[in-house]
Design a protein. Structure first.
Length: 374
């Protein structure tokens, strides 16, 4: 017998969180998330996202066995900013059974429709400012940190239910062979130095000892630089603080750069060590020794993720991204990394795509956001 039920207590919530351990037990590419982090992210008392949003969690059971999960999401800040009536789904996991996946998706659709929404978008976990997208191409390697992973059949299940593509998100990879190319690096350095001189740009790295003020600068840049992008939702100060606290233990200040013009923040670039290489050995546990693995291992990872690179509107189209790429590549070469993922990049962000491809990066994974009219 197949049925679905709401998550109503701590035991259910933990079952929701830990279901992937059952579904992915034989998948060599899956990376177990930290249970501690997932619990906090789904906790209304811990995650400030819940101050403007609501999430309902559901579990699917088949003959008494948990076989799937989904979250239905109401994000007031999204709907206020875009002036629409859109609901979301996320945290989607299922066995390879059409009845199960249909029931999960139908439940999320009904939940959103009951709240007056005329469209549902996903997967987002729980918003476009977090992990989002369904992996539809590039299943032959593990995801980097803060990027999702799923079996190939998920796309068929979502599409057969009636969802259509809303937007594709690309992950580019640039290898050390490319970034060690002397001719390319010399050209990039000439360009970056010319741009810095022309616009009086000063770059610096993150000041961890002044993290609170640094986060405010990031907030100032981010909510200006991205506000015209598809899927953008302003991030509140509390959400920035929450993110900053969660990333504090893994950030490497030497690969986080600010660009300043006339003493004012103009842009920033956030690159992180791919701690998924460490998380894969921790099985979701921070205790008893996980925290030491994380702290000691973050400087030994050989893959980076270029997570965010943005410039305020008044300074865009001046080539500041070239300056960020130069500084990041130089530091990556110093660390002797094997390469870096640049993600995610919107399929229609042609300027960013052209820059990445000019550097020798290539698309190696594609993630898809789906939508369905209700």
């Amino acid at each position: 017998m197949l049925k679905i039920r709401k998550v109503e207590n701590d035991r259910d919530r933990m079952s929701f969180i830990k279901l992937p351990w059952t579904l992915y037990k034989d998948d060599k590419y899956w990376v177990p998330p930290l249970i501690f982090d997932v619990r906090n992210n789904l906790n209304p008392k811990k995650n400030p996202f819940f101050k403007h949003a609501e999430i309902e969690l559901f579990l699917a059971e088949l003959d008494g066995k948990l076989v799937g999960r989904i979250a239905a999401i109401k994000n007031d800040n999204h709907n206020k900013f875009h002036n629409d009536k859109t609901g979301f789904f996320g945290f989607f996991e299922t066995i390879d059974n059409e009845d199960v996946s249909d029931l999960l998706l139908d439940t999320a659709c009904d939940w959103c429709k009951s709240r007056g929404f005329d469209k549902i978008v996903g997967p987002v976990n729980p918003s476009t400012n977090d992990e989002c997208g369904l992996l539809v191409d590039g299943f032959d390697s593990s995801p980097v940190m803060l990027m999702p992973y799923n079996p190939a059949f998920y796309a068929n299940r979502i599409e057969s239910f009636g969802f259509d593509k809303e937007k594709d998100l690309y992950a580019y990879f640039i290898s050390s062979d490319v970034i060690n190319d002397e001719k390319m690096m010399a050209k990039l350095e000439r360009m970056a130095n010319l741009i810095k001189k022309r616009y009086n740009i000063v770059t610096r790295t993150l000041k961890l000892k002044d993290l609170e003020n640094e986060i405010r600068k990031v907030e100032y840049i981010y909510n200006d630089a991205w506000d015209m992008n598809w899927g953008f939702v302003p991030i509140t100060s509390e959400e920035f603080d929450y993110m900053g606290e969660s990333l504090k233990q893994v950030v490497d200040p030497n690969i986080v750069f600010f660009a300043e013009i006339d003493g004012k923040p103009a842009g920033f670039s956030l690159t992180l060590p791919n701690i998924n290489q460490i998380l894969k050995t921790m099985n979701g546990r921070i205790l008893p020794f996980g925290i030491f693995k994380l702290l000691m291992g973050k400087n030994k990872t050989d893959i980076l993720r270029v997570l965010i690179m943005g410039v305020r509107h008044e300074y865009q189209k001046k080539g500041i991204d070239s300056v960020f790429y130069l500084e990041t590549i130089k530091e990556g070469n110093r660390k002797k990394v094997k390469g870096a993922e640049i993600s995610w990049v919107l399929e229609d962000n042609y300027a960013m795509r052209q820059t990445a491809e000019n550097l020798g990066a290539h698309i190696y994974k594609t993630y898809r956001i789906y939508s369905k009219n209700l």
